[in-house]
Design a protein around this ligand. Structure first.
Ligand SMILES: Nc1nc2c(ncn2[C@@H]2O[C@H](COP(=O)(O)OP(=O)(O)OP(=O)(O)O)[C@@H](O)[C@H]2O)c(=O)[nH]1
Ligand SMILES: [Mg+2]
Length: 441
C-alpha cells in the first residue's frame, strides 16, 4: 500500500438503505471536492456538516451532506472527507466512480485504518479492536472489543515493554563495566523484575481461550442415538422450530448448523444424524457427517433418552452427557447414570446445561467480569515468544552465563512485545492484519 496518494471507498454495506457513506483520504481530497461538490450555502468548513450537491458534467447527481477533516486532525491523520449520499444500489457506486475519475484510487480493505496506524493515530491493538467491534455478534464480544479500543490491552503491553526496557538498561549498564561482576543482591533484584514481567505476561496469555470464544464463538455438536431428542434440544436452545422433530428414528439425515447467543456467548450449534449402523447410503453419509462435526467441536453434547436403560458411554474431554426426556420420569426418580437431566419438551434443566457448557470452555465468569482483556491469536503468539525469551534470560542469569547473552534474550522479548502494538518493525505483518478489514474502514 502507498501512503502518499488519495484513496476512496464506500464505507457502508451495499444494498438499499436511507444513506450511504463515501470516504476519501489523502492530499488530493480538497481538489476532488472542489471539482464535484457545490455547497448550498457557505463553503464547507472542517468538522461541520455542509449541505450541497454532487455534480457531474454540469448535471446534479444527488443532494448530500459533506463533512471534511483537515490533516492531521482526522481518523487517518490526512485530509479526509465523508460524503453522506442517499442509499441504494447505484448512486454511491456512481459517486465513487466520479471521485476515482478525479484522481483518487479505490482503497484496499482496511487501508483507512492502516493509514491511521502509520500516522500514529492508534496502536495495532486498537486498530484490531475496530474490526472486532464490526465483527462482534454478541454483547460480550462487543464489550471486550470496546475495552480493547479504549486501549486497555495496548496500555498493558506498553507497560510490560517498559518493564523489560528498565531491566535491559540495568543489565547493559553492567555490560559496559566488564570488570564489575553483577553483585548477588542486584542480580537477585534483576531476576525478580524479569520474573514479575513474566507472570504479568502469563496472566494475559491465560485470556487467550476467552479471546477465542469471544471472537469465534463455541462450536457445539449435538450427538447421540436416533430419537434421543437431539433436534428437539437444538430447537429449544435456539428458541425456534428449526429442525424437524418426529417420533421416527433417523429423522435428521444431514447436519444442521445454527447460531444462538446464550449468556452473551455465541454458540455455533450443530444438530447431527443419530449414530447407528445402517445400510441406507444417505443415512450412512449423515452418520459420517455427525462424526466430522464431533471432531471439530469445542463441546460435545451426548444426548441420551432418560427413559431407556443405557450403558454409560465413554466420555471424551469436553463431552457432556445429557439425559433428555426427564419429564417422562416418575417424580424424584434417580437416573441410573450420571448425566445432566433435561427436558427439551418442558425446558427443565436447560439453564443448568448452558451453565455447564460455559464452564466447559472456561468462560462462565465472563458475564460478570469487569474487564475483558481478551487477546487474539496474533497477540498470543507474540506474548509466548516474549515469555520464552524472558525464561531463557532468567536461566542464563541463574547459571551465571555472560550478561550479554541474557541481554540478547531481553531484547528479543522487547521486540516481540513491540510488535503487538506496532512499536517495532511490523512492516511485513501490516498487510496481513489490515487485509482482513472491511473496505472503507
Ligand atoms: N416427552 C419428551 N419427548 C421428547 C423430548 N425431546 C424429544 N422428544 C420426542 O422424541 C422424539 C424424537 O425427537 P427428535 O428431536 O426428533 O430426536 P432426534 O434425536 O433428533 O432423532 P433423529 O433425528 O432421528 O436422530 C420426538 O417424538 C420428540 O417429540 C422430551 O424432552 N420429552
Ligand atoms: Mg434429529
Amino acid at each position: 500500500m502507498n501512503g502518499g496518494d488519495t484513496i476512496a471507498a464506500i464505507a457502508t454495506p451495499p444494498g438499499e438503505g436511507a444513506i450511504a457513506l463515501i470516504r476519501i483520504s489523502g492530499p488530493e481530497t480538497p481538489k476532488i471536492l472542489s471539482a464535484i461538490f457545490k455547497p448550498a450555502g457557505k463553503p464547507a468548513s472542517p468538522r461541520f456538516a455542509t449541505l450541497g450537491t454532487i455534480h457531474e458534467s454540469g448535471e446534479t447527481r444527488d443532494e448530500v451532506l459533506l463533512t471534511t477533516f483537515r490533516a492531521p486532525s482526522s481518523f487517518t491523520g490526512e485530509d479526509v472527507a465523508e460524503i453522506a449520499c442517499h442509499g441504494g444500489v447505484l448512486l454511491a457506486a456512481h459517486i465513487l466512480k466520479l471521485i476515482l475519475r478525479h484522481g483518487a484510487r479505490a482503497a484496499d480493505p482496511g487501508e483507512f485504518s492502516q493509514r491511521a496506524f502509520i500516522n500514529g493515530k492508534m496502536d495495532l491493538t486498537r486498530a484490531e479492536a475496530v474490526m472486532d467491534i464490526i465483527r462482534a455478534r454478541t454483547p460480550l464480544a462487543l464489550r471486550a472489543a470496546a475495552h480493547q479500543l479504549e486501549g486497555r490491552l495496548g496500555d498493558e503491553i506498553l507497560a510490560l515493554r517498559n518493564q523489560v526496557l528498565t531491566t535491559v538498561a540495568h543489565l547493559e549498564a553492567w555490560i559496559d563495566f566488564p570488570d564489575e561482576d553483577i553483585d548477588p543482591a542486584s542480580g537477585k533484584a534483576l531476576m525478580d523484575q524479569i520474573q514479575g514481567t513474566l507472570s504479568n505476561i502469563q496472566t494475559l496469555l491465560a485470556s487467550a481461550d476467552e479471546g477465542r470464544v469471544l471472537r469465534e464463538g463455541v462450536r457445539v455438536a449435538i450427538v447421540g442415538s436416533p430419537n434421543a431428542g437431539k433436534s428437539s434440544l437444538l430447537n429449544r436452545l435456539l428458541g425456534m422450530e428449526r429442525a424437524i422433530v418426529s417420533a421416527i428414528p433417523g429423522t435428521t439425515r444431514d447436519t444442521i448448523e445454527e447460531t444462538a447467543c446464550l449468556h452473551g456467548i455465541l454458540f455455533r450449534l450443530t444438530d447431527t444424524a443419530g449414530l447407528r449402523e445402517t445400510s441406507d447410503p444417505v443415512e450412512q453419509e449423515g452418520v459420517a457427517r455427525s462424526g466430522r462435526a464431533l471432531e471439530q467441536a469445542d463441546i460435545v453434547l451426548h444426548v441420551i433418552d432418560a427413559t431407556l436403560s443405557i450403558d454409560p458411554p465413554q466420555l471424551a474431554d469436553r463431552e457432556l452427557l445429557v439425559a433428555n426426556k426427564c419429564d417422562l420420569l416418575a417424580p424424584g426418580a434417580n437416573l441410573p447414570i450420571r448425566a445432566l437431566r433435561i427436558s427439551s419438551r418442558t425446558g427443565e434443566g436447560l439453564e443448568m446445561l448452558v451453565n455447564a457448557m460455559l464452564e466447559t470452555v472456561g468462560v462462565a465468569h465472563l458475564g460478570s467480569s469487569p474487564t475483558l482483556a481478551a487477546i487474539n491469536s496474533r497477540h498470543q503468539a507474540l506474548l509466548e515468544k516474549a515469555a520464552s525469551a524472558l525464561t531463557r534470560a532468567l536461566t542464563l542469569l541463574e547459571t551465571k552465563e555472560p550478561a550479554e547473552l541474557a541481554a540478547v534474550e531481553l531484547r528479543a522479548s522487547l521486540d516481540a512485545l513491540g510488535q503487538i502494538v506496532g512499536a517495532t518493525d511490523t512492516e511485513d505483518i501490516l498487510g496481513e492484519i489490515f487485509s482482513r478489514f472491511c473496505i472503507g474502514k
